[in-house]
Design a protein around this ligand. Sequence first.
Ligand SMILES: Cc1cc2nc3c(=O)[nH]c(=O)nc-3n(C[C@H](O)[C@H](O)[C@H](O)COP(=O)(O)OP(=O)(O)OC[C@H]3O[C@@H](n4cnc5c(N)ncnc54)[C@H](O)[C@@H]3O)c2cc1C
Length: 453
Amino acid sequence: MVDVSALIDSLPGPMVITDPSILSGYRQDRAADPNAGQPIALVRPLTTEDVQTAVRWCAASGVPLVTRGAGTSLSGGATAVDGAVMITTEKMRGIVVDTTTRTAVCRPGMLNVEVKAAAAAHGLWYPPDPSSFEICTIGGNAATNAGGLCCVKYGVTVDYVLGLEVVLADGRAVRLGGKQLKDSAGLSLTRLFVGSEGLLGIITEVTVRLLPPQAPACTVVGVFPSVTDASRAVLAVTGQTRPAMLEFMDNTSINAVEDMLNMGLHRDAGAMLIAQSDAPGPAGTVEIALIEEAFLAHGASEVFTTDDPDEGEAFTVARRAAIPAVERRGSLLLEDVGVPLPALPALVEGVARIAEANDVVIAVIAHAGDGNTHPLIVFDPNDDAETRRAQIAFDEVMGLAVAMGGTITGEHGVGRLKKGWLPAQLGADVMDLTATIKKALDPQGLLNPGVML
Ligand SMILES: Cc1cc2nc3c(=O)[nH]c(=O)nc-3n(C[C@H](O)[C@H](O)[C@H](O)COP(=O)(O)OP(=O)(O)OC[C@H]3O[C@@H](n4cnc5c(N)ncnc54)[C@H](O)[C@@H]3O)c2cc1C
C-alpha cells in the first residue's frame, strides 16, 4: 500500500481525503461500472498549483490518477481504478465573462448550467447543452467533447473551446489558445485535449466562445406510427434545412417518460420527433412549414406546433428526462452510436432487430438531426442470462454502427465501457497513432489508465 502522507502534507487543510466512506462516493460515475476499483485518496484542489502538486506526487510515486468532474459520465470514464488518486474539480470554481471578446474563462468545476447563466447575465449565450447540463461540469464537457440538443445547428463543445490550461502528466501547466478568436500558431493542441477523456492531462481552465442570445424558438412535435417513419422524416428535414433541435424518442422511452412525468404524451406512438426553429421572422415561418410538411409527408398522425416557450420547453424536458425515466425500469447499458444521416433509418431498424433477437428491451432516444442515437439496453443485473443477452446486444449495436460507417460514440466518449470496440472503428494504424500520442504525453501511463486504450 502506497503511503500518502507526503501527499497529505504537501497540500493545505483537508484537501486530501482517505476516509473510505467518502472515497466510496467517488468510485463510480453514472455508468455504475461494477468493476470500479478502490482509490487510495481523493484530492479536492482549489487551484492549478494544487493540481500540479498532486500530479507531481503521483508521477514521483508511480500512482495512477483519475480526473473527475461531476461524475455524470455514461461510459465509465471517471471510474476509479485500484490504487489510484482521484482528483475532483468540484471546488475549482469561478467564471469571468468578457463581453468585448464574447468569451468566458471558466474554472473546470463550473457546471454547464452555471456557464450558461453567467453568459446570460451579460446578454450572451453558451450553446452546448447536454441533457445533463444542470449536473455536469464544463471541464468534463471539454474532456468528453460533449454534445447536446442544440448541437445540430450550433455545434458541439469543441466548436466553442478557444483556450485551455492543462496540467500535464509531469506536473507542468501549459496554456493553449486563449481569448483570440483566430489562432494558427503551432499544432492544434487545444483541439487535441478536447475529448481526451483525462488521458493526456488535467484541464484546469477552459476559455469558451459565447454567442448573442438565441432567438425565441418555435417547436414542432410530430407523432409517428413507427421509428422508420420518424427517422425518414428526420432525413426529409435535414435534407432541406438545419433546425435548432431535432430530437427522437421511441415508444419505450415515450412511455417511460410518461410514467415519470405524466404529461399526456401519446403512449401508443411508435416514435415522436421534437424539432425547433429559432430562425427569425419570415425565415422561421418557412422553416416551421417545411418541418411540418416533412413530418406529415412521412406518416405523422399528429403534428403540434407552438411558439409558446413554456410549451416548447415541456417537450424538451420530456426528452431530457428520458435516460432517468428508462433507468427506473432496470439497469442500463447506454449506447451512444452515430451514423452518417442517410443510414439513420437502417440503424434504428437494426437496433429493433437486435432487441428482438436477444430478447431484451432497448429504448431508443436520439439527437436525430446529428444521426446520434442512444439505444438504452434495459436489464436486470440479478438475472445472469438477461445480463449476458444485454451485453451481446450492446456489442451488436456498436458493431452495427461501425459496419454502417458510423461511430461507437457520438458524444459520451469511449471511457472504459466502449474501448473494446474502438479498434474496430479506428483501425490498427489510428489506434497506434493514439497510443503514440498518449505515450509521448504520459510515458508512465498514469493518467486515467484503462480508458480508451
Ligand atoms: C441523464 C444524463 C444525460 C446526459 N446527456 C448527455 C448529452 O446530451 N450529451 C452529452 O455529451 N453527454 C451527456 N451525458 C453524459 C455526461 O453528462 C457528459 O459526458 C459530461 O460531459 C460529463 O461531465 P462531468 O463533469 O460529469 O465529467 P465526468 O463524468 O466526471 O468525467 C467524464 C470524463 O472526463 C474526464 N474529465 C472530467 N473533468 C476533467 C478535467 N477537468 N480534465 C481532464 N479530464 C476530465 C474524466 O476523467 C472522464 O474521462 C449525460 C449524462 C446523464 C447522466
